[in-house]
Design a binder for this molecule. Structure first.
Ligand code: ZN
Length: 98
């Protein structure tokens, strides 16, 4: 296998995975990957890396924020209820309704 082609494909793989290569470059890379085991393995590793980064970056953060957001809402709701109850009790006691 042509070493220059391999270097070229390795350089272009990140752009190819992001689908930023031109039609001609895309055809060249795909043809090379099919015939070159080394570059094919590199392509597999890089494209699965991108997937892993995407899923580990996006999902846990969203879940984390959602969990904190829900907790904050529950705590705030509970505190608001306590304050309202306290104000009502204090008002009733101060004005001697009972
Ligand atoms: Zn190659």
């Amino acid at each position: 296998m042509n070493r220059f082609e391999c270097d070229l494909v390795m350089d272009l793989l990140p752009r190819y995975i992001d689908q930023k290569t031109s039609d001609e470059t895309t055809r060249f890379i795909e043809a090379h990957i099919e015939t070159c085991a080394e570059c094919h393995a590199m392509y597999e590793a890089m494209s699965s890396d991108v997937d892993v980064v995407k899923t580990t970056e996006a999902k846990p953060k969203r879940f984390h924020l959602n969990a904190i957001g829900k907790m904050a809402l529950i705590v705030l709701g509970y505190l608001a209820f306590l304050i309202v109850a306290l104000v009502i009790v204090t008002y009733i006691m101060a004005n001697g309704v009972f």
